[in-house]
Design a protein around this ligand. Structure first.
Ligand SMILES: Cc1cc2nc3c(=O)[nH]c(=O)nc-3n(C[C@H](O)[C@H](O)[C@H](O)COP(=O)(O)O)c2cc1C
Length: 170
């Protein structure tokens, strides 16, 4: 599997007003407990909201998968923090693509833990578990697919400004 190296992400290749989507999978350095995930999400939601970044984060069995959407300079800043974050390792970029419209416009960072993955996108379990044997495009397609469900799960709580119910689903 040929994942892009971190250094191959050239945010400046994109016009400053071009929405882009950045996706990756990674391995948690230690087992993330509920509190650890909640702390991480709280940080992420807060910072993403300020930077106008939206997306989805998956966590199952020690593996993260994430899609982030936003403008290059904002994503670059956040990506620097994420890439240097000791809570995960073996970061494998799936892709960086121009985007005409956000898929997760209502979510500063929608979260899917093991239960939600089993329920809504079970095929992704295998994709994340054996990311090295999967095609990056297949994992990305599965991760994107939940954007259709992002509003059905919490119909009364679609706003990215109030995702406490979302976080309590950990
Ligand atoms: C798997 C994973 C996903 C993360 N996702 C985000 C994110 O979407 N947005 C964000 O601001 N921080 C995210 N973080 C946290 C950042 O790495 C960092 O801790 C946070 O942005 C605070 O960084 P700072 O101390 O440099 O401001 C994530 C961390 C991990 C391990």
């Amino acid at each position: 599997m040929s994942f892009a190296e971190d250094s191959s992400i050239h945010f400046s290749d994109f016009p400053t007003d071009q929405l882009i989507e950045l996706s990756y999978v990674s391995q948690s350095s230690n087992d993330m407990g509920i509190l650890g995930l909640m702390n991480l999400l709280e940080d992420a939601v807060h910072k993403n909201k300020r930077a106008g970044v939206t997306g989805v984060l998956f966590y199952d069995n020690g593996i993260f998968g994430q899609i982030m959407e936003g403008y290059p300079e904002h994503l670059e800043r956040i990506w620097k923090s994420i890439a240097a974050d000791a809570r995960h390792k073996d970061i494998q970029v799936l892709g960086i693509n121009p985007l005409s419209k956000r898929r997760f416009s209502n979510w500063s960072m929608k979260f899917y833990g093991s239960d939600e993955i089993s329920q809504y996108v079970p095929e992704l379990k295998m994709g994340l578990k054996d990311a090295a044997a999967s095609l990056p495009s297949e994992i990305l397609t599965l991760m994107r697919s939940v954007s259709n469900q992002a509003e059905e799960i919490n119909p009364s709580n679609q706003s990215s400004q109030n995702n406490s119910a979302n976080q309590s689903r950990l």
